[in-house]
Ligand binder design. Structure first.
Ligand SMILES: Nc1ncnc2c1ncn2[C@@H]1O[C@H](COP(=O)(O)OP(=O)(O)O)[C@@H](O)[C@H]1O
Ligand SMILES: [Mg+2]
Length: 458
């Protein structure tokens, strides 16, 4: 089988799965892979960024994996295609292209007669992607493992309810939008909505129902709307992403406490988890949902994912900002917890005030928080309860990690209030215990520590 035949066969498989033929860059990645090139070589030769070429590659392997029913990767693609040909493993099926030309390809176990008329329901109308107010993601780096995990849960394991959690600016929205690209072939509908303007549940359900090709006559009764939506989730495979869900929670109360007027949202989330259907609701939030703790223990397909540091992929952000002193980049990334937004804002400051020289910026003993990072932290701090704030202030006074018992001794609060506040800070992803032996130790991360120290002169 030569290169062109392999590309033709891959094209047939991609068309059978997505209703679209291979795009130019997808063909380029295939040809490069067949001739043994790395992503970086393909990128250089054709003038694309390496991350873009990688993303195109991952999506392609994913589609081919779904088409062939086995994991296809860059390293096994050639071998799998060769085996498929030599073993005649799979039946040769006929795909009717847009131009009515038949191509014979290898795919799955099913067979379709070349004489079968094209099925109008399989024409390339799916998936319907309704991104609404989703932001456009111009650059995206790393996160391959996170995408693979979420893809496994949502695409293959068919989880009905997934929460994607993380601090403000850690990259939840960017990840979800990137995930859509990767996962859309599994779905009939992909719908993204942000709840940033705090819509009541009835408005959200009406809005979701309007996205379907044949929206039902929308009745403004919650129960009816909910069963109309569940009917759609059963009859079509849908991925619904609700972003900024933390706006449903009260400020100045422990984490996960719904604001007045929004108490019926947990009913919606629970129904999605407990009712049988093939779809998925992905909730994106800065605070964990209390009902998940119960649902995750039940045998329902429900999962939580906490998004953390961007790791070494954050180097690309520094490169984009044209910073110099590459030897110091790792220190900068670790200091700012691999947090993409904090790094973007800090990189802008380094670019403007230090001529891009990271080492010059890092020469100061204290960690510098630019005003944009500081005001972002301030908004989050203001949402905390008084006991939570007291614990943060106490932790900023500590030079080393402390145990729960030590915090209870030092903070002038009832032990029960300290425990509830600690649990709440954990639900907000602002504090995580570090287990040493069988003891849990707590410490603020360097950025929060610096913010609280400066604000309260600790
Ligand atoms: N993987 C990534 N690669 C490059 N930039 C990223 C990445 N993730 C996030 N960012 C950038 O960081 C900023 C915050 O990301 P966003 O997704 O809005 O965070 P969140 O939704 O968690 O508040 C955005 O400017 C975004 O472009
Ligand atoms: Mg967001």
């Amino acid at each position: 089988m030569d290169v062109e035949e392999m590309v033709k066969m891959a094209d047939g498989l991609v068309f059978a799965t997505t209703g679209k033929h291979l795009e130019h860059l997808q063909k380029t990645v295939l040809k490069g892979t067949i001739s043994g090139q790395t992503y970086s070589q393909i990128a250089q030769e054709h003038g694309f960024s390496e991350s873009h070429v990688k993303n195109v590659g991952y999506e392609l392997w994913h589609i081919l994996s779904s088409a062939l029913g086995e994991k296809v990767t860059k390293s096994n693609f050639k071998a799998i295609f060769k085996t498929a040909t030599s073993n005649n493993l799979t039946a040769s099926i006929s795909i009717v292209c847009n131009n009515n030309q038949n191509i014979n390809i290898f795919a799955g176990q099913e067979e379709r007669s070349p004489a079968d008329p094209p099925n109008p329901e399989q024409t390339p109308t799916k998936p319907q992607i309704k991104l609404g107010d989703a932001p456009e993601i111009l650059s995206f780096y790393g996160r391959q493992n996170e995408i693979a995990t979420l893809e496994g849960w949502i695409g293959e394991e068919r989880c009905r309810l997934v929460e994607l959690l993380g601090m403000s600016g850690i990259g939840k929205t960017a990840l979800a939008i990137r995930l859509i690209e990767q996962i859309k072939a599994h779905f009939d509908y992909v719908i993204y909505r942000s709840l940033c303007f705090s819509p009541p549940l009835e408005t959200t359900l009406t809005n979701l129902l309007q996205n379907f090709c044949q929206p039902p006559e929308i009745l403004y009764q919650l129960e009816t709307q909910l069963s109309q939506l569940l009917n759609h989730l059963r009859s079509e495979r849908c991925l619904i992403i609700l972003d900024d869900v933390q706006v449903l929670f009260s400020s100045g109360q422990l984490a996960g406490e719904y604001r007045p007027g929004f108490e019926n949202y947990p009913l919606f989330f629970t129904r999605i988890a407990e009712t049988h259907h093939n779809s998925c609701l992905l909730l994106i939030s800065r605070e964990k949902f209390r009902e998940f703790t119960r649902l995750e223990k039940q045998p329902y397909p429900v999962r939580s994912f906490v998004l953390g540091s961007l790791g070494s992929a954050a180097r690309e952000i520094l490169r984009e900002h044209q910073l110099s002193d590459e030897d110091s980049w790792e220190t900068l990334i670790n200091t700012y917890q691999g947090h993409p937004l904090w790094l973007e804002l800090t990189a802008t400051m380094i670019q403007q005030l230090f001529g891009g020289k990271v080492a010059d910026f890092l020469q100061y003993e204290t960690l510098i928080l630019c005003e944009s990072v500081r005001s972002q932290l301030e908004r989050q701090f203001q949402r905390l309860t008084t006991p939570e704030q007291s614990i943060m202030i106490q932790l900023a006074h500590e030079d080393a990690p402390v145990t729960l018992q030590q915090i209870i001794k030092k903070v002038k609060l009832e032990p029960a209030d300290v425990l509830n506040a600690m649990q709440s800070l954990a639900q907000r992803l602002m504090l995580a215990p570090n287990e040493v032996g069988n003891l849990a130790y707590f410490q603020l991360n360097a950025v929060w520590n610096q913010y609280v120290k400066k604000r309260f002169q600790c």
